[in-house]
Design a binder for this molecule. Structure first.
Ligand SMILES: [Cu+2]
Length: 108
């Protein structure tokens, strides 16, 4: 039981991106997937998403809800500024690998 709880805690702790001191949240693209796939942010606060594409190939970060679209070349990083969000969920995806590159921002 205890090890199960610990595993669940670990899973929860490692599944959401955490902000650095500049309110940047880092999301890595690796093997055409976002890691982590969930970014939890406080509602009502602007922030920056740092997308670190660690794949050799380019990816297009896209979100209709966030009104953002940006091509990120292989092995490069991109900064995507996001204005303060109302509480809710905002999906994003990698248009070049839409089947696997899926994620979302949860504003709470
Ligand atoms: Cu597009």
């Amino acid at each position: 039981m205890r090890s199960f709880l610990f595993a669940a805690l670990l899973l929860t702790a490692s599944s959401a991106a955490i902000a650095d001191q500049h309110n940047n949240y880092t999301v890595v693209i690796k093997d055409h997937k976002f890691e982590p796939a969930v970014v939890e942010v406080p509602a009502g606060q602007a922030f920056t998403l740092l997308v670190d594409n660690q794949d050799k190939t380019a990816e297009e970060f896209e979100s209709h809800e966030l009104k953002r679209e940006k091509i990120i070349a292989g092995n490069t990083k991109a900064k995507i500024k996001i204005n303060a969000l109302k509480a809710g969920e905002y999906p994003f995806f990698g248009e070049f690998n839409e089947k696997t590159a899926q994620g979302k921002i949860i504003a709470k």
